[in-house]
Design a protein around this ligand. Structure first.
Ligand code: GLN
Length: 550
């Protein structure tokens, strides 16, 4: 007889759950607040993991437009997920899986599949309990084995899509011991015209939470400045929490400073106290704060990097932007990332690239901006400007070389020009005829073999690397010999697939079919990015020496 699988749960799990909801408006950075708190808990010696709940109906973020939603972040297991998971990976220094991103699409898909296969035979399938049970099951599955699981609910309290999740949270509160669960609500505290911090929006959003049976334990107020003591008292009074449960999260110049602010406010201590973890936490004096050391180190010098993309939006290339920052930390320099619209470069580069220390062409799909990206690649190649091409940026470097060095007129990627006489980039054989768009590309972590005595070998310091992929096209094997004879070297391969390209006689011309940006972390910058900045800094030094000699 079919059983109803997921109602009862193992009550002996020793996990602690921290739920993070958002009020007033989206885009408050509640993910960063949660990730920062998580970082501090992991500094205190706990195993921390996280779940991001996205109440949209997409099964995953793979088909979503980066212009609207920011980049599609790729996980080791090939999951195409919300960019917030990238922040959790970077802040917590963990590898997540597709399971760490719960979407309404995934939840409904499995509930409907179970209904069709007869798992609920005889029952009416409903949001409560079937959908809410599936949500709770997913959260508990990810939490298993960790000490603390942070669960961030995307969107804002009151959104219609978020309702089943908040109901699941309400049920959680009844199923877990009081000291195993904590509700954190992150809200906006705006200013009135005369500069006063206003608490009314916070009061309203907490009222909304309470109307569905949720009482927050902790409130975090996002504002330009720290909350005034008066503001904290008012929030405490109206929202029914102790004053010391109200925390500030003021704007800081860089997201990596949020853990410092959160720590200075004592949010981590409060959370550990409420979850009865304080006794097990490493004493403050023993928590070596590598993070604080890293993000507060004195920088000497700076590098200007042109990021030539089709979306003029920081979030669309978030992991690349962060990877450049990590490489900056590794070299102890500031990185100024200049966003350059590829379309504007198409008719000559207009001087926009002059003076740039390095050029990056990121991944992408579709033909918009292609010619401009190729113009940037040609500029970097001919002028000895350090270049890093990622995925599409790797493929277009091959196209540019084929056209301008090999003289193959009209060479192109078959993705961007179906009629090209020289498809130097062509569809992966196994992708031929695939017309389902969901999770069907070559995705996730794959190994690359690196040739010795190559730039790639120096960059990675190893003869292999494992990086994440997301592509449907590759270097056409029929053109490899010609390209190599003309001087383009493929120094990294995965079986018959070309993974890394480089040029001799250039300070740093490096392309990767994979996306190294998804494995870069603040304290462990990605090698191709470290190499890029290293080459740029060497050139700066050479120029300085030349100036002294002149
Ligand atoms: N559009 C190219 C492909 O599918 C590149 C993909 C990417 O840059 N992520 O192969």
């Amino acid at each position: 007889m079919p059983t109803e699988p997921e109602t009862e749960y193992d009550e002996t799990l020793g996990n602690k759950f921290v739920f993070v909801t958002g009020g007033v408006m989206s885009g408050l950075g509640k993910g960063i607040t949660a990730a920062s708190t998580g970082r501090l808990l992991s500094n205190a010696g706990f195993d921390v993991t996280a779940v991001k709940v996205d109440p949209y109906l997409n099964v995953d973020a793979g088909t979503m437009n980066p212009f609207q939603h920011g980049e599609v972040y790729v996980l080791k297991d090939g999951g195409e997920v919300d960019l917030d998971l990238g922040n959790y990976e970077r802040f917590l220094d963990i590898d997540m899986t597709s399971k760490h991103n719960v979407t309404t699409g995934k939840v409904y898909q499995s509930v409907i599949e179970k209904e069709r296969s007869g798992d609920y035979l005889g029952k009416t399938v409903q949001v409560i309990p079937h959908v809410t049970n599936d949500i709770k099951r997913r959260i508990r599955e990810v939490a298993e084995g960790s000490d603390v699981c942070l669960i961030e609910v995307g969107g804002t309290v009151g959104d219609i899509e978020g309702m089943p999740y908040l109901e699941a949270l309400r049920q959680f509160a009844h199923e877990e011991d009081e000291d195993d669960i904590l509700f954190v609500h992150v809200t906006l505290v705006p200013y009135s015209k005369n500069g006063e911090q206003k608490t009314k929006p916070t009061q309203h959003s907490v009222k909304e939470l309470r109307s569905i049976g949720l009482q927050p334990d902790v409130l975090v107020g996002r504002a330009d400045d720290p909350l005034d003591p008066k503001t904290k008292e008012k929030i405490a009074l109206f929202c029914d929490v102790p004053t010391d449960a109200v925390f500030s999260n003021p704007d800081v110049p860089d997201i990596y400073q949020v853990p410092l602010v959160v720590e200075d406010e004592g949010l981590d201590e409060y959370v550990m106290d409420r979850l009865d973890l304080s006794d097990r936490a490493l004493p403050k004096s023993e928590r070596h704060n590598e993070w604080r050391d890293l993000v507060t180190q004195e920088q000497s010098g700076s590098v200007d990097v042109a990021l030539v993309g089709k979306y003029g939006l920081e979030d669309a290339y978030l992991s690349i932007y962060e990877s450049l920052k990590h490489a900056g930390l590794a070299h102890n320099v500031n990185v100024n990332t200049e966003w350059i619209h590829a379309e504007e470069l198409a008719d000559g580069h207009d001087g926009q690239l002059d003076g740039m220390d390095a050029v990056v062409v990121p991944g992408g799909f579709g033909s918009r901006g292609t010619e401009g990206k190729m113009e940037a690649i040609r500029y970097a190649r001919e002028n000895g400007v350090p270049y890093l091409g990622l995925c599409l940026g790797f493929q277009l470097a091959v196209v540019e070389y084929a056209r301008n060095v090999l003289g193959l007129e009209g060479a192109h990627s078959a993705e961007l020009d179906e009629e090209t006489p020289h498809p130097v980039i062509d569809i992966l054989p196994e992708q031929q005829g695939v017309d389902d768009m969901g999770g069907t590309m070559r995705l996730g972590a794959h190994d690359t073999d690196i040739e010795e005595d190559s730039l790639a070998h120096r960059v990675y310091g190893d003869t292999t690397c494992t990086e994440r992929h997301r592509h449907r096209y590759e270097v056409n094997p029929e053109y490899i010999d010609d390209l190599e004879s003309a001087g383009l070297r493929f120094s990294g391969k995965s079986g018959r697939r070309m993974e890394i390209l480089e040029l001799a006689d250039h300070p740093y011309f490096f392309g990767t079919q994979f996306h190294p940006e998804f494995r870069s972390r603040p304290g462990r910058a990605s090698p191709p990015f470290v190499g890029l900045l290293g080459a740029a800094l060497d050139l700066q030094e050479e120029a300085r020496d030349e100036e002294i000699r002149a």
